[in-house]
Design a protein. Structure first.
Length: 77
């Protein structure tokens, strides 16, 4: 999942070397929180107008997580 999120984020930003994805330990209900870190200048590119790109990234992550029986939350930091 981390690789998927990193590939998507690197394709959207101008500074792909600054992209990093971290995962927290699973919560008690099994949910894993992924944090996408990008350069400050690329925040607008990764969030998109009215959060549309961020919403699409979260949708893709949830769809991929269903295949592996996981629950995920994606946060953009």
């Amino acid at each position: 999942m981390q690789e998927l999120l990193a590939i998507i984020a690197k394709g959207l930003v101008e500074a792909p070397e600054s992209v990093s994805v971290e995962a927290d330990a699973p919560k008690e209900d099994g949910t894993i929180v992924y944090h996408i870190h990008v350069a400050e200048s690329d925040m607008g590119r990764i969030i998109g107008k009215q959060g549309r790109i961020a919403k699409a990234i979260r949708t893709i992550a949830r769809s991929a997580a269903i295949r592996s029986d996981e629950k995920v939350i994606v946060e953009i930091d």
